[in-house]
Design a protein around this ligand. Structure first.
Ligand SMILES: C[S@@+](CC[C@H](N)C(=O)[O-])C[C@H]1O[C@@H](n2cnc3c(N)ncnc32)[C@H](O)[C@@H]1O
Length: 593
């Protein structure tokens, strides 16, 4: 073999990945190990080759590929850099280096390396796709969109390019175009659940909820048992006002994967919205168990427990949320409700200060801070905090208006409370005449169970269980329906099912005596008026009425407040305000002689 022949032979051997200097055949042996999945053996051989011939291009590439496969991204980067030092113009090595840099968490360097590869092979669609992916990661959405479009122009069948273009367009709020991209990806790969989920998400953001629901259902056909997809379906159903369907979907997701925390969390939110607070609390508790870092789940658990009148447990849940995330403004804000005492305002004020420090735009925290400071007599601090509560275009804020009304109408004995449990207990304790105990608006029985637990005799609960008989501002007719489900109530509760107009006349005919205590929780003016009109002869001095939506909602002057004030004018009642609970919007009234 003359010198020229020997050099030709060595070159061929190098190309074939063989070692020209008798570490010979090792890369080929390594390749066989690699194909059999024996990565450690393959890596060891290649390491030996690289040690013996540090500029062996193929061995360095192979070393990099294996390091990347084994998850050693930094080693892979070193190996590809060394390979590029041998052959700076090798597009494959640049591409490999870019991929490794991306995996090593260096997207900027990865982008440069892809661009370098494209200078050598500008028409490589794979490089354009991967370049687009790091550009997305860097938040350079316009560049990413251009890269994906270029990949598609080079190869319109690149299904991932369509999908990724859809994602980048969605991130740029070009939702209709994104929908089109996902549809094209699905046309190319009809069995991909992932593309259908992406389509569903884009459709949801476009408010095309029915289409989103259909897309989720199709995705489920191709990935049955995937809890994430069923959770997505539940969210679409919830947004489409199908709470019952949403709850069933979340429960299904939990059956698919009992540890899927987002399904538990979403189930909790849906159950809360549906009025099933005990079940909601269980769901949030499960979400917090499966994702112990989820401060939101603990916070929402606390809110459900407050609704259930379990204030001490609620306090513990809010504190847990704050332990997880000391800057969780909603948890500080809600904690104040559990801590609120009108004879010791310090703890509530402290936690409200934490809430506004964590979120200076938390309007309600500013409002309640101002309210507490005013009650404490700290006028300057209260004035400064009230200033932070924004007014609408007409210079109005219903929280400020309600509090202004409540504060001006307080007598020496009027109390202020922070939670339903406390105002309810106070109202029932203040009811001292003998007579009937009634609740209007029972739904799933949350409040009537609390009332019954403090009542010796019968508690009469009135509800159609069909929800609102007419729309209530933004709430549509039928809102709060139980879909015919009857609540579980203790033995001393008697339910009177139907519209108040229909159930009250026979009730009044069958039951003598005045009303000792009644909880009015039916929201709308007409229903409240019906109650007060039909029962006015039974409302006597000493009767205590707890209204659930008397103050602090946007239309408070048009609903329960208005119906009561009309009844006062009609029947000439005198009354006193026993308590306000701005946080829950409740107000207790006692009729005076
Ligand atoms: C907000 S929910 C009651 C919540 C309940 N107190 C709780 O603890 O969850 C209002 C209820 O009032 C009922 N309701 C409203 N107007 C009514 C009417 N005119 N006759 C009968 N029920 C009515 C609805 O069916 C609904 O269940």
């Amino acid at each position: 073999m003359n010198r020229q022949e020997r050099r030709r032979h060595e070159k061929r051997a190098r190309r074939a990945g063989r070692n020209p200097r008798n570490v010979a055949n090792s890369p080929a042996v390594a390749a066989r190990h690699f194909e059999k999945g024996e990565l450690a053996e393959a890596a060891e051989i290649v390491r030996r080759v690289v040690r013996a011939t540090p500029k062996h291009f193929d061995a360095l590439q192979f070393h990099g590929v294996m390091a990347a496969r084994r998850g050693h991204a930094d080693d892979a980067v070193d190996a590809f850099r060394a390979a590029l030092a041998v052959r700076p113009q090798d597009a494959g090595a640049r591409y490999n280096l870019a991929n490794a840099l991306g995996a090593a968490g260096q997207p900027d360097a990865a982008e440069q390396s892809y661009l370098g590869a494209l200078e050598i092979t500008p028409n490589d669609a794979d490089i354009h796709i991967n370049l687009g992916a790091v550009q997305r990661e860097l938040g350079h959405f316009n560049d990413a969109i251009a890269s994906f479009r270029r990949a598609i122009a080079l190869n319109p069948k690149l299904v991932w390019a369509h999908n990724n273009l859809g994602l980048a367009l969605q991130e740029s709020d070009a939702l209709d175009e994104a929908v089109g991209c996902f549809e094209r990806a699905i046309a190319l790969a009809p069995k991909s659940a992932e593309f259908r989920v992406n389509l569903a998400r884009a459709l949801m953001r476009r408010d095309r909820l029915e289409d989103a629901i259909a897309a989720y259902r199709q995705a489920m056909e191709y990935a049955p048992g995937d809890a994430r997809i069923r959770t997505g379906l539940g969210r679409a159903l919830r947004d489409n006002n199908d709470l019952v369907g949403a709850i069933a979907a979340f429960e299904g997701a939990i059956r698919d994967d009992p540890r899927h925390a987002p399904a538990h969390y979403s189930l909790g939110s849906a159950l809360s919205a549906y009025g099933k607070f005990a079940e909601a609390a269980d769901a949030f508790q499960a979400a917090a168990t499966h994702d112990p870092d989820d401060a939101r789940a603990c916070n929402n658990l606390g809110v459900a427990l407050l609704d259930l009148g379990r204030d001490d447990e609620a306090e513990a849940a809010f504190r847990q949320a704050i332990d997880i995330n000391p800057k969780h403004a909603p948890a500080h804000y809600n904690l104040h409700a559990a801590l609120f005492r009108d004879d010791d305002l310090g703890p509530a004020i402290d936690t409200l200060k934490c809430a506004v420090a964590a979120d200076p735009d938390h309007d309600r925290a500013w409002f309640f801070l101002a309210m507490c400071q005013e009650q404490q007599g700290d006028r300057d601090a209260a004035a400064a905090s009230f200033e932070k509560v924004p007014l609408d275009d007409n210079g109005y804020n219903y929280w400020l208006d309600s509090w202004d009304y409540a504060y001006r109408n307080m007598g020496p004995a009027t109390r202020v409370f922070g939670s339903t449990a406390r105002i309810l207990a106070h109202a029932q304790a203040a009811a001292s005449i003998d007579g009937l105990t009634l609740e209007f608006g029972v739904r799933f029985g949350t409040s009537i169970r609390q009332i019954a637990s403090r009542t010796d005799g019968i508690v009469h609960g009135f509800d159609s269980f069909q929800g609102l008989p007419e729309s209530w501002h933004e709430n549509p007719t039928g809102d709060y329906t139980t879909h015919g489900e009857m609540p579980a109530v203790p033995g001393n509760v008697e339910l009177h099912v139907g519209l108040f107009d229909d159930t009250l006349p026979p009730f009044v005919a069958a039951h003598d005596g005045p009303i000792r205590f009644m909880n009015v929780d039916c929201d709308i003016h007409s229903a409240t008026k019906t109650i007060l009109d039909r029962l006015h002869t039974r409302i006597i001095p000493g009767t205590v009425i707890l209204f659930d939506e008397y103050i602090c909602n946007p239309y408070w002057r048009e609903d329960e407040y208005k119906a009561f004030q009309e009844a006062v004018a009609t029947h000439g009642w005198r009354y006193e305000y026993l308590a306000f609970c701005p946080f829950t919007r409740q107000t207790t009234i006692r009729i005076l002689p």
